[in-house]
Ligand binder design. Structure first.
Ligand SMILES: [Zn+2]
Length: 92
């Protein structure tokens, strides 16, 4: 399988644009980490892709989450943690 460097570059640009959108501004003022559900100072939170761009993730509203520095360090990717949340909520 061939890599698509263009995809990544394009999505990064989109992520940057999204970071300046009113939607993102609203999200960040709430200061809620999507991983641990704790409040942090907006300045400390970072925008993370639920699915990494290298995996074909997209830079759209539904695919971006806010992560506190602790979670960013702790978990490799938010997708991992969100999946865990879904499993806990809906155990099979
Ligand atoms: Zn967190």
């Amino acid at each position: 399988m061939q890599k698509e460097p263009k995809h990544s570059a394009c999505e990064k640009q989109q992520a940057r644009a999204l970071g300046q959108s009113p939607w993102w501004h609203n999200t960040i003022v709430q200061g809620l980490c999507a991983c641990c559900q704790r409040h942090s100072h907006p300045n400390e939170l970072t925008m993370d892709h639920i699915v990494p761009l290298a995996w074909g993730g997209r830079s759209t509203k539904g695919h971006m989450v806010l992560c506190c520095p602790m979670c960013t360090k702790k978990y490799w990717k938010p997708a991992e943690l969100l999946l865990q949340h879904f499993r806990e909520r809906d155990p099979r």
